[in-house]
Design a protein around this ligand. Structure first.
Ligand SMILES: NC(=O)c1ccc[n+]([C@@H]2O[C@H](COP(=O)([O-])OP(=O)(O)OC[C@H]3O[C@@H](n4cnc5c(N)ncnc54)[C@H](O)[C@@H]3O)[C@@H](O)[C@H]2O)c1
Length: 448
């Protein structure tokens, strides 16, 4: 009571049900038993639904054993853990029957805490914690050491990594997985991992049955490729992402997109296949080379611009947690990229055009995104200072006509306009029509 459940459940923007709304408070006049019985009925109905739903559960519902059993079987339970005085301030003076005196309220709070602790899968302090829990994302300094407990299920594990990450963090991961570790595999470094040849070898090596879990330890190339390997192997196997690069912790390992490349283009074969859990250990970033960090900072700056927060100034742990939660919230609302998720492409249309013009050589994705953000900000009438200061982008040395052709192809220019993601006064908008001439002018400014 007073923890903020209703506000957070609404702010998630997902389909949600408030159980209290269907249980009349007047039932309390017949005794708490009548109220709890009706409440249990409502919970039973909601949890029987086949489509996913956020259930905003009345604070006392878990005191009913039947409700506890239903939750255990059908739900991920998030405990919004707030101080008693904060909760009291919110409910004092309202018409809630169990919030009439501070002493009684505090006693109830103390009585229920152990029950909440027992029922909860995750304890949360704020909105981001709830989003991360809903998306199965665990952010913790030192989490790699607890990997054995954090990988879901109890079947065997196949650990998949790249040679560099395996050399630095592979032993810690193996030790933490303990007796669950059944196999270890290496994918080639970088984009080579995202090829049919690499996956063919991995699929042929795998010995897991359907009770097994693939654990992908590495940067975005490893999580993309191993995630897709899991999506297709035995028609879909559980997997856990353990992202080790900044790109992967704030972007690639969030949102369920997995893919490999074809000679015709990047990420052309893939699947939406959410990892059962994503384990983010910000301590792993300590061994990341500086150029790789800068690659990730391009996505951090993009996320900060979308969220309208200076996320790039935060220490690593907070930065990664906030970026992961921001992307996860959008992906939970739009898992198949039918709408809102498109805003995550801010600056990316320009970036893809520059990368294509460079023949995917000599211009990294992060540098291209930094340039793309400059163009998106200018077209949005915004200052570019942050991008200049944090990402220090240099103009790309590519052929202007090739870049323009790629840009038009990517966005299927129609009647003299291209559709882009831009920043408006009330947040990002996608599919904004921009005259070709303006887009061409801004693209040209990015090229040396
Ligand atoms: N699925 C998605 O939604 C999504 C989103 C963004 C990017 N991606 C994909 O991610 C890929 C790029 O990811 P990336 O930049 O992480 O590339 P990457 O996986 O190649 O990793 C970059 C380099 O950093 C090394 N590395 C990673 N973690 C390290 C650590 N902790 N210490 C030392 N070295 C470490 C790796 O060995 C590699 O050499 C691209 O293929 C891109 O398409 C996917």
């Amino acid at each position: 009571m007073g923890a903020g459940k209703t506000t957070i459940a609404r702010d998630l923007g997902l389909s949600h049900v408030e159980t209290d709304a269907d249980v009349p408070l007047e039932l309390f006049d017949e005794g708490e038993g009548a109220f709890r019985a009706r409440e249990a009925e409502v919970v039973r109905d909601v949890l029987r639904r086949s489509e996913p739903v956020v259930v905003d559960l009345g604070g006392g519902a878990v005191t009913t054993p039947e409700v506890r059993a239903l939750l255990k079987e059908h739900a991920t339970v998030v405990w919004l853990d707030v101080d008693v005085d904060v909760a009291w301030k919110r409910v004092a003076g309202t018409d809630r029957p169990l919030a009439r005196s501070y002493e009684d309220f505090k006693r109830l709070y103390e009585e229920r805490r152990p029950i909440y602790a027992e029922v909860a899968d995750v304890a949360a302090r704020d909105f981001d914690d709830v989003v991360l829990a809903a998306a199965g994302i665990h952010v913790e300094h030192g989490a790699l050491q607890r990997l054995g407990e954090l990988v879901t299920g109890d079947g065997p594990v196949a650990l998949v990594s790249d040679p560099q990450v395996a050399g630095i963090h592979g032993m810690d991961a193996q030790l933490a997985l303990g007796s669950r570790l059944a196999e270890t595999h290496e994918l080639p470094p970088g984009e080579e991992a995202k090829t049919l040849g690499a996956l063919d070898r991995l699929w042929q090596e795998l010995r897991l049955d359907r009770s097994g879990t693939i654990v992908a330890l590495g940067g975005g190339c490893t999580t993309d490729a191993a995630g897709f390997a899991a999506a297709a192997y035995l028609r879909g196997l559980a997997w856990t992402a353990v992202p080790t690069s900044l790109v992967a912790q704030v972007d690639a390992a969030i949102g369920g997109k997995t893919a490999i490349d074809l000679p015709q283009g990047k990420n052309l074969v893939g699947a939406f296949h959410w990892p059962k859990r994503t384990v983010i250990d910000p301590a792993l970033l300590e061994t990341l080379p500086e150029p790789q960090r800068l690659e990730g900072m391009a996505e951090v700056v993009k996320t900060g611009l979308l969220a309208d927060e200076s996320l790039w100034e935060l220490p690593d742990g907070d930065l990664v947690r906030r970026c992961a939660a921001f992307k996860a919230a959008i992906c939970l609302r739009d898992p198949l990229e039918r709408g809102e998720r498109a805003i995550l492409n801010l600056g990316h249309t320009f970036a893809h055009a520059l990368e294509a013009a460079a023949g995917y050589e000599g211009l990294t994705h992060g540098r291209a995104v930094a340039l793309g953000l400059l163009a998106a900000l200018r077209l949005s009438g915004r200052d570019t200072d942050v991008v200049d200061r944090v990402l220090r982008p240099e103009p790309a040395r590519v052929d202007r006509e090739r870049a323009w052709e790629a840009m038009k192809r990517d966005k299927k220019a129609r009647s003299g306009e291209l559709r882009l993601v831009l920043l408006g006064d009330d947040g990002a908008r996608w599919d904004v029509p921009v005259p070709e001439a303006d887009v061409r002018r801004e693209l040209d400014r990015l090229i040396a």
